[in-house]
Design a protein around this ligand. Structure first.
Ligand code: FES
Length: 464
């Protein structure tokens, strides 16, 4: 198919994002005449660095929009900052205005007779929770800005992501991809909007008896000179481009990072025939902490030099390196750089909804506190997945099942028989086992979980 960039025809493959199609066509700088070049960075809708105008609508994130025949895209006129973008950078962010405003209709509920439950985030945690709830009889709506369900898991293990989505759908859950949630109000009422042109639906309000927040995590940027140059991407963006068939074998790549997601990206890029010419450590800095990601791939044995700057004018041309003691600077020409420093939980919606959020650095930064059933301190509000600390998809999925069961019980869907108790006990045991495996890979994860348990207990009524 053909799309247009600044009036010029660009070949695109069905299923590609517009960002991937433009990348494959050699378009890196999406900023037009703006003073600062920018392009694809996070690849999952979090950073807004890829915002452009599409079919007359401004602030569209090119990484979230699937290509359509004849789509006309271009840089936004001038440097418009974040004008025209959706209010939140992610599912669940926002909180503007009040419901009932003109043009906001009630979103249709599912066909079931059970209580309506909303799940924010269609990653492994949200999909697992949705399946449990829908099987228990709830009318489940799963909301996500991405064009497909699965969260980052669809970039790492697409089959597992598809299986989780299929199970939730088969149980009766509605998965509303391409949907931004820009308001969260107690009760629960959510304000929804299409995530971009071509996304289904109009602005709408969704009422739910219970809410599960599975909003995931964001990739931390690498604070290193030149990191905003088009051509420098976070690990998930590299996987996004690879999955979309937008990367040419033989492309020269540098990686700068110590986190498992960068390691996974390097492994996949090499397997696809790209030429990874440098794997570098970031310069030691308090801004570059270690954190967790989705795979147990470590880069440490490959590091022998530091990356100290990305080089280029309006797109990446190389990376500057040096020895660990700062001597022996050398520049390496590359066309793509992967820069990763780990994940930070995405807690905007949790804060809006009234969950307690606290800094637990061992789990990536501010996390949503929760009890053993993934309950928050707000009534009928549950949290699951990387919003509680990024420990990988297995932990997220297990947390989603525990949260789904607890939510179903809170909604009166499970009863109180011994079978229910056994099922919840088994789900809790699965989660404990998943945590133990994560802690075996990253011992500080256990420290982080203990910190969450301590802080949760400290905020309970009656705690001295
Ligand atoms: S929002 Fe598209 S690259 Fe970050």
């Amino acid at each position: 198919m053909t799309v247009f960039w600044e009036g010029r025809p660009v070949a695109a493959q069905p299923g590609q994002s517009l960002a991937a199609a433009l990348w494959a066509a050699g378009v890196r700088d999406l900023a037009g005449e703006a003073e600062m070049a920018r392009g694809l960075y996070c690849g999952v809708g979090h950073c807004f660095a890829c915002r452009i105008a599409v079919d007359g609508i401004h602030g569209v994130r090119a990484c979230l929009i699937p290509v359509r025949e004849g789509m006309r895209a271009g840089a936004e006129p001038g440097d418009q900052g974040d004008a025209g973008g959706s209010a939140g950078g992610s599912v669940g962010a926002g909180g503007l205005g009040a419901s009932g405003q003109p043009g906001v209709a009630a979103a249709p509920q599912g066909d079931g007779a059970g209580p309506p439950v909303a799940v924010l985030g269609a990653g492994p945690a949200g999909l697992a929770a949705a399946a449990v709830l829908a099987e228990a009889g709830a009318q489940v709506s799963v909301l996500d800005e991405a064009p497909e369900p699965g969260g980052a898991l669809r970039l790492v293990d697409p089959q597992r992501a598809a299986d989780l989505a299929a199970r939730a759908t088969a149980a009766g859950a509605r998965i509303l991809c391409g949907t931004s949630v820009w308001g969260v109000y107690p009760g629960w009422r959510l304000l929804l909007a299409p995530a971009g042109p071509g996304a289904a639906g109009a602005p709408a309000e969704l009422a739910a008896d219970a809410l599960i927040l599975a909003t995931g995590a964001v990739q931390r940027p690498l604070a290193m000179p030149g990191w905003t140059l088009p051509g420098v991407v976070a690990p998930w963006a590299a996987l996004h481009l690879l999955r979309a068939g937008a990367l040419e074998p033989g492309t020269r790549v540098a990686a700068v990072g110590s986190d498992p997601a960068t390691g996974l990206a390097v492994e996949r890029l090499r397997a696809a025939g790209l030429d990874v010419v440098a794997v570098l450590r970031p310069r030691p800095s308090p801004l570059v902490p270690q954190a967790y990601a989705l795979a147990a791939v470590d880069l440490a044995p490959q590091h022998d030099r530091l990356g100290i700057a990305f080089l280029g004018g309006r797109r990446l041309e190389g990376v500057r390196t040096c020895a660990p003691d700062g001597t022996g600077q050398a520049d390496v020409a590359v066309d793509l750089a992967v820069a990763g420093t780990g994940l930070s939980p995405l807690t905007d919606a949790a804060q809006l909804a009234g969950a307690t959020v606290a800094a637990v650095e061992a789990l990536g930064g501010f996390v949503a506190l929760h009890g053993p059933a993934m309950e928050s301190r707000a009534p009928r509000l549950f949290v699951a997945g990387a919003v509680t600390g990024a420990e990988g998809a297995e932990v997220a999925e297990a947390q989603g099942r525990v949260a789904g069961l607890a939510c179903a019980a809170a909604c009166g869907l499970l009863g109180a028989g011994p079978g229910v108790h056994a099922r919840r006990t088994a789900a809790a045991a699965d989660l404990d086992a998943a945590h133990a495996r994560a802690a075996a890979r990253h011992p500080s994860a256990a420290v982080g979980r203990a910190e969450i348990a301590r802080r949760w207990a400290a905020q309970l009524p009656g705690t001295p």
